[in-house]
Design a protein around this ligand. Structure first.
Ligand SMILES: NC(=O)c1ccc[n+]([C@@H]2O[C@H](COP(=O)([O-])OP(=O)(O)OC[C@H]3O[C@@H](n4cnc5c(N)ncnc54)[C@H](O)[C@@H]3O)[C@@H](O)[C@H]2O)c1
Length: 441
């Protein structure tokens, strides 16, 4: 048989087991350079490096780690942050944020983690009592900032007219709800204002007032805990009662009658402060407390018994202005835009408070009546009546803490602010109001 017919491959002679390395080529610099230059590799590498460094450099967290600022500062872009630094260390986080917004409107908002250049993530904010006097001005400012706002109000003293100019805006929602009942919403921040603020209203149903302050605040704090939102309580200078310290500092514990006719409000707010701090200490809720002093401005309830609205309404109607007691008791009057500015700085800042937010300019009731006469009617008369129970004799905030830690102080004087309020009251009392929303600034 022919051996060529079998299919076995011819035997390959086995290679020698000895390893013989390739002869080494001499190293030269030109080879890697040639490799990089071929097919535009170098250009692509450079572009990649530029994109990567731009991404990391513009990350807000990267900026924060450089100086270890607080959480609010984590939202600032490089350029405004450096501007803030140039302006000095006393610049508050809110100021820094304002600078950010001014110079780079597209920059990221608090809580956002997107790199610079992408659109700012708006906050979702709930304002309880947002249809009331202070609440509606706060809502205006939050809306103007680009946030989404949910107003929760039972319309006890609030009015739809105060927020109607936002109807139809997809960023605005209005819910008729009583804060005494629980509520579930998904938001980033809660401004808790719901509570009647004038003596006429809070004495109308004292049990409801204290329920609003205690149960309502508990509900909102529970919500803040559940959804991880930041909570701001609008407390009051009434927590100082008839103060034995003048002017009042935040460290002062107050002189409050626990069983008087004003206690539903005074003690209610004191308990609300206690609850706020207990939720902070016990449940790690991020909280802020503002102690608001007398505030005035457009959209205040007419005839609500508060001295500025009383005097203005009476002078406009040509009625005598009612002064209780001898008219020598003092108050300080803050214009509403100053208060809203202070509340937002407090919410965005790093300090819990409590902070006094008020205008330290002190007026007796008789001096206030003189200013109202000057603005409205020099012939207006004053009528004296017996003073009401537990009416504090003196009230003047010490705002050094807010000045130092929030970089805040009021800017609008009584003589500037009063005419703005008079214009709004005149329109509402005599019905000559134009279509535009009252007091929108
Ligand atoms: N304006 C001031 O001078 C002043 C001073 C100190 C403290 N504050 C505090 O600021 C906040 C706002 O005051 P304001 O002057 O705007 O008063 P306001 O009466 O105009 O506003 C309060 C709002 O809360 C709403 N409200 C009341 N009870 C409610 C409830 N149970 N559920 C839901 N909504 C409810 C009212 O309808 C109203 O819209 C209050 O908490 C008040 O105690 C105000």
């Amino acid at each position: 048989m022919n051996t060529n017919l079998n299919h076995r491959r011819p035997e390959i002679p086995q290679q020698s087991q000895d390893y013989s390395p390739k002869p080494q080529k001499p190293w030269s610099l030109t080879k890697p350079i040639e490799y990089l230059c071929r097919e535009q590799r170098l250009m692509f590498i450079l572009i990649g490096m530029a994109i990567a460094s731009a991404f990391f450099f513009l990350q807000p967290q990267f900026l924060v780690s450089r100086k270890q600022h607080g959480s609010a500062a984590a939202t600032y872009g490089k350029m405004p942050y450096e501007i803030a630094e140039e302006l000095g260390s006393s610049i508050s986080s809110y100021d820094r944020m304002a600078i950010v917004r001014k110079h780079q409107p597209s920059v990221i908002s608090p809580g956002a983690k997107l790199p610079l250049g992408l659109q700012r993530k708006p906050l979702r904010v709930v304002v309880t009592g947002g249809a009331g006097f202070v609440g509606s001005h706060l809502v205006d400012k939050l809306m103007a900032r680009g946030d989404s706002v949910i107003v929760v109000d039972n319309f006890f003293t609030g009015r739809k007219e105060n927020v109607m100019h936002h109807f139809g805006n997809p960023r605005f929602e209005l819910i008729r709800h009583d804060v005494v009942e629980p509520l579930l919403l998904e938001v980033d921040q809660i401004y808790h204002l719901a509570c009647p603020a004038s003596p006429v209203h809070y004495k109308f149903n004292p049990v409801k007032t204290i329920k609003t302050n205690v149960v309502g605040t508990l509900n909102m704090l529970g919500l803040a805990k559940r959804i991880g939102a930041r909570f701001l309580l609008t407390s009051t200078s009434e927590v100082y009662g008839d103060p034995l310290q003048h002017p009042q500092k935040e460290e002062y514990w107050g002189n409050v009658n626990p069983i008087g006719v004003r206690s539903c409000y005074d003690e209610g707010k004191r308990t609300a402060e206690t609850l706020t701090m207990d939720y902070h200490r016990g449940a790690d809720v991020q909280v802020r407390i503002a102690r608001i002093f007398n505030t005035y401005g457009p959209r205040m309830c007419i005839d609500d018994g508060r001295v500025v609205s009383n005097f203005v309404a009476q002078a406009l109607r040509k009625e005598p202005m009612t002064v209780y007691g001898d008219g020598k008791q003092t108050r300080s009057f803050q214009y509403v835009s100053d208060l809203v500015d202070g509340l937002m700085r407090l919410m965005e800042g790093e300090h819990i408070g409590p902070f006094n937010l008020g205008n330290p300019g002190e007026f007796t009731m008789l001096e206030l009546a003189e200013v109202v006469k000057e603005v409205i009617d020099p012939l207006a008369k004053i009528e004296f009546r017996e003073n009401t129970a537990d009416d504090p004799h003196k009230r003047k905030p010490d705002i050094s803490k807010a000045k130092e830690l929030l970089g805040w102080e009021p800017k609008v004087s009584l003589k500037e602010g009063l005419p703005r309020m008079v214009e709004d009251f005149r329109g509402r009392i005599f019905g000559d109001r134009k279509e535009k929303s009252a007091g929108s600034e």
